[in-house]
Design a protein around this ligand. Structure first.
Ligand code: NAD
Length: 259
């Protein structure tokens, strides 16, 4: 393959992307990065207002068209309606970023069944429903990219994270399974595994000086990640730059899992 045009392989002009839970944090940063690389982007959130606000900000930052949609990823009818709206609005859907996720921390004895259900439904069932909803349009196009935002905790454990780590470990294996199922259809499915990033999901740790220092002490790069540091990796996995990559797990974790 000629090396000329190597940066052009990262362009996703003409593609349409959906980023779930894209109203803030890592999803918002990923949506901006994909739009800057050329894609039209739909940003979903449970609240229509926050989805629309994020879409407006993405459009302003990138000069691209962006659409805000309301959908709870744990509700099949809402997921299907969301995908239907994107197809109606844009006529295609090329890139799915399963980013929506939650964490409820605590020792297993102190967690409720409802805590388990909420975390596993959001982090594992949600991506499964979204993947199922995009299967037909992506297969019909013969090209697709799915990026599952898993976690370093899909690979290694920390105490107090039983529903979260189990859900993210499941998401990493869902990634591999769908990579095999969809390889014949030109749909690449990969997992993006962040380490500690300073976003709202980590507010309890960021506000607790001891927990904050302990996390930093375990990151070889000795700091929290900035959401903007995830965007380029998402563009890589969304584009032809990663054309020979599927079923893989990409860690962006400041070296945490190298220990
Ligand atoms: P965040 O809390 O800022 O963002 C999570 C987003 O998901 C929010 O917009 C939230 O509204 C949305 N969401 C939650 N439940 C939803 C539902 N049922 N339907 C639709 N949207 C829903 O946190 P973040 O750090 O930006 O997290 C994004 C993803 O990255 C999550 O999957 C998280 O597990 C993963 N992750 C984050 C870190 C980190 O350190 N921040 C590390 C590893 C993985």
């Amino acid at each position: 393959m000629a090396m000329a045009g190597v940066l052009e392989r990262f362009r996703i002009d003409g593609k349409v992307a959906l980023v779930t839970g894209g109203s803030r944090g890592l999803g918002r940063a990923i949506a901006e990065a994909l739009a800057t690389a050329g894609a039209r982007v739909a940003v979903s959130a449970r609240q229509l207002e926050s989805a629309r606000r994020a879409a407006d900000a993405v459009a302003a930052a990138s000069g691209q068209t962006a659409l805000g949609l309301a959908a709870d990823v744990t509700v099949r009818s809402e997921v299907e309606a969301m995908v239907g709206q994107i197809l109606k609005e844009f006529g295609r859907l090329d890139i799915l970023v399963n980013n929506a996720g939650i964490n409820i921390r605590g020792p297993i004895e102190q967690l409720s069944e409802a805590d388990w259900d909420a975390v596993v439904d959001t982090n594992l069932k949600g991506p499964w429903l979204c993947c199922r909803a995009v299967a037909e349009p992506m297969k019909a196009q013969g090209w697709g990219r799915v990026i599952n935002v898993s976690s370093m905790l899909g690979e290694i454990a920390l105490p107090g994270r039983s529903p979260y780590a189990a859900s993210k470990g499941g998401l990493t294996l869902l990634t591999k399974t769908l990579a095999l199922e969809w390889a014949p259809h030109g749909i690449n499915v990969n997992a993006l595994c962040p380490g500690p990033f300073a976003t709202e999901i980590n507010t309890p740790l960021l506000n607790d000086p001891a927990a904050r220092a302990q996390m930093e002490a375990n990151v070889p790069l000795a700091r929290w990640g900035d959401p903007a540091e995830l965007g380029p990796a998402a563009v890589f996995l969304a584009s032809d730059a990663s054309s020979f990559m599927t079923g893989a797990t990409l860690f962006i974790d400041g070296g945490y899992t190298a220990r």
